[in-house]
Design a protein around this ligand. Sequence first.
Ligand code: FCB
Length: 440
Amino acid sequence: MTTYTFPHNFLWGAATASYQVEGAWNEDGKGESIWDRFSHTPGKIEDNSTGDIACDHYHRYEEDIALMRRLGLKAYRFSTAWARVLPNGRGRLNPKGLDFYDRLVDSLCAANIEPFLTLYHWDLPQALHEEGGWTNRDVSYAFADYAALMVKRLGDRVKYWTTFNEPSVVMFDGYLVGEHAPGIQDPRAAYQVAHHLLVAHGLGVQAIRGANSKAEAGIVLNLWMADAVSEDPADVAVADAAWERSETLFLDPIFKGHYPTAAYELVGEDMPKIQNGDMALISQELDFVGINFYSRNLFNAQGQIDSVPGSEYTEMGWEVCAPALRRMLVKINRNYKLPPIYITENGSAFKDEVSTDGKVHDPRRLDYLKQHFIQTRLAMQDGVDVRGYMVWSLLDNFEWGHGYTKRFGLVRVDYETQKRTVKDSGEWYAEVIRTNSVAE
Ligand code: FCB
């Protein structure tokens, strides 16, 4: 048996996002967000559900923090809902909304859990969407004002500040394929949106640091490794080209200060408008980078292979391939000068059931996490500076376009009663945290 031990201050945690767990969509003065509008539009969500109630975390956050404490979590990654604080996205403040995050942060601190805060996990205030949303450069400035406001209020207790969660998903799913809010399908808009998200990130980093010099600023990117089926140069070339085309679109501007050549070629006449000074703003040094990792794409010389014989797949249809996480971490560490890395999301959706013993036995999720923890530890031995790990997710929750049909939680949520049940994977994770090690 091999035991993989982690550095003593390794930040073990779990993640959620405002729209996916909070509920209370129109309570205490909260404004409407694009996800409220989208989920309320018939036909957009697989099971016709909404985030109106979700996990009711808005009312049950104390119970949830007690659970985190029982599991021994050292960090909780969550996001703040912009429209809860600024119902119109700018201007009039909603004190009750800000108070909620103040209480949440206080309770986390009292439980000795490090708050790891994301300012934007996709729920743009609808009022800003009506001004053009992310296609309108002004929204980037509004984001910086919102960031400064949050840091001024919470920066004495929150050290880790993330500007954006997965900007590529905002751009791709929100503005190119339209399967996420705001449901737009327009390539030209999408590339302009990508640029404005990056500008907003740069302005946000400045605003965070301007509001509190001790704050650490970063961004969260989702990356899928692009693997080749063999070492045959023809297969490798196709995998490398796929990586360059999709995964570098945000890495390059942030960590190299320019857009990737491959993206330029692909974008053609849809190239966004870039103003003088934008690339320097976008590529400011960061204190950390968050990486969300779920799976990989596999290629041979002919193109992408959709189903890999012998591989296991999650309910999302994503291949389980933990070694790809190590390869990906080593690759980005080689190609970029990166700040410390946090795995800000990693997890899996499986069909869970409550057994007759009242428990949720989820061996596949447990094994998924175990393999990914081990591969991360191996990447650290390869020289990658990983400082922490947030499992997606603390709770089963509203999985965007899939509604409640996919369960990612370490903790099961019964949506009828809001009862929480720690799954086997959650109990096992508690032990990993307690011993700061994983045994295989
Ligand atoms: C990521 C999102 C997160 C969750 C997981 C499954 O792309 O950041 O909110 O939906 O996927």
